[in-house]
Design a protein around this ligand. Structure first.
Ligand code: MG
Length: 344
């Protein structure tokens, strides 16, 4: 099996502000695996604060390419052997591992002539609506972005810089729409009593849940908050891989699963199953990504309570077409594999 890779820079439609940073582009890598005349596509999206880069991904892909060419993928269907071996090549490198996982799933689906939601036995008609994310900005810009978000049914708002700013942001969005809002504090709230007061204030403003209210190291304070919070708390930074799901069970009401942080579709599906067994709600999220990785995640979406798969809507140079958002709902094409085509 051949593995090819090339750097790609995702250009954002708007500067994207979260609690810790603001940026206008996201480094990515596009990969292809080719075997028996069939090509599968994959992608790694690497927001800089997570520590991977095009250089680290290229080094990892070179290692993985040697392993795949050396016979690891003699039978590409054997994902239960291949993907743990890829995972064991080096620690970390989760977005790079995800790119290979996606490309192998795409290859298998194309070989079978079936999309993954069908291989998994899922009903595409049960795919949820997706939220549309508005990054941190001035209240004036937040109002303009809220108006632009008119086609979407749920607005996700990034909070966590200060409680005063957070209130101003929510008021600005609320002045433009009465749609449900979800909020993501990105670990920004440091005091549990203030966080509780903020969540109680948000509950009166049509907010459905709060993502990662406190720093990931403060899981005991988050557990305290969970006992008192009138809104569900969803783990994001606290929940990266399969083993983290169990650790989140006492401190959160649900988990946000993203392909780029968990190593891909195979592990994400296991995380959904474990979360369900532990009585947790499940959200499916993303980074800024092309329609390649978004479409791969969307294959799982009939299994989840909430989706935040707007990543491809936030960029202006998407080289793929695939999953679309129709009337706010994730809409899966019937194309095989992860359901994408290269544009042009
Ligand atoms: Mg988040």
């Amino acid at each position: 099996m051949d593995l090819r890779f090339s750097p790609y820079t995702l250009e954002l439609r708007h500067a994207f502000g979260i609690a810790g940073s603001t940026r206008t582009s996201t480094p990515a890598m596009l990969v292809e695996v080719e075997h028996e005349g069939i090509t599968g596509y994959g992608e790694a999206s690497m927001p800089p604060y997570l520590g991977e880069s095009q250089a680290t991904a290229a080094a990892f892909f070179a290692q993985a390419a040697a392993a795949l060419a050396g016979g690891l993928a003699r039978d590409p269907f054997q994902l239960e052997d291949i993907l743990p071996a890829i995972d064991a090549l080096a620690p970390g490198n989760l977005a790079a591992k995800t790119a290979i996982d996606i490309a192998l799933h795409d290859w298998i689906g194309r070989k079978l002539g079936a999309p993954w939601h069908r291989i998994w036995g899922l009903n595409a008609a049960k795919a949820p609506v997706t939220s549309f994310t508005i990054g941190i900005d001035t209240p004036e810009v937040m109002r303009a972005k809220t108006r632009e978000a008119a086609p979407y049914r749920i607005i996700k708002v990034k909070l966590g810089r200060s409680f005063a700013d957070d209130r101003a942001i929510v008021e600005a969005v609320r002045s433009e729409t009465d749609k449900p809002i979800t909020v993501d504090a990105n670990q920004g709230w440091k005091d549990r009593d203030e966080a509780l007061a903020m969540i109680e204030w948000l509950q009166g403003r049509g907010v459905e849940f709060v993502e990662q209210p406190m720093p990931k190291e403060r899981i005991d304070d988050t557990a305290w908050l969970r006992e008192r919070s009138p809104l569900p708390l969803i783990a994001d930074e606290n929940c990266q891989r399969l083993a983290d799901v169990a650790r989140c069970a006492g401190a959160f009401h649900g988990v946000n699963i993203k392909l780029m942080k968990c190593s891909g579709m195979r592990e994400a599906r296991a995380m959904v199953a474990l979360a369900r067994a532990l009585g947790l709600k499940v959200m499916l999220g993303c980074m800024t990504e092309t329609s390649c990785a978004i479409s791969a995640a969307a294959q799982l979406s009939p299994l989840v309570d909430w989706a935040d798969l707007d990543g491809a809507l936030l960029i202006r140079n998407d080289p793929f077409e695939g999953t679309t958002i129709v009337d706010g709902r994730i809409t899966l094409p019937d194309w095989p594999g992860i359901g994408v085509r290269r544009r042009g």
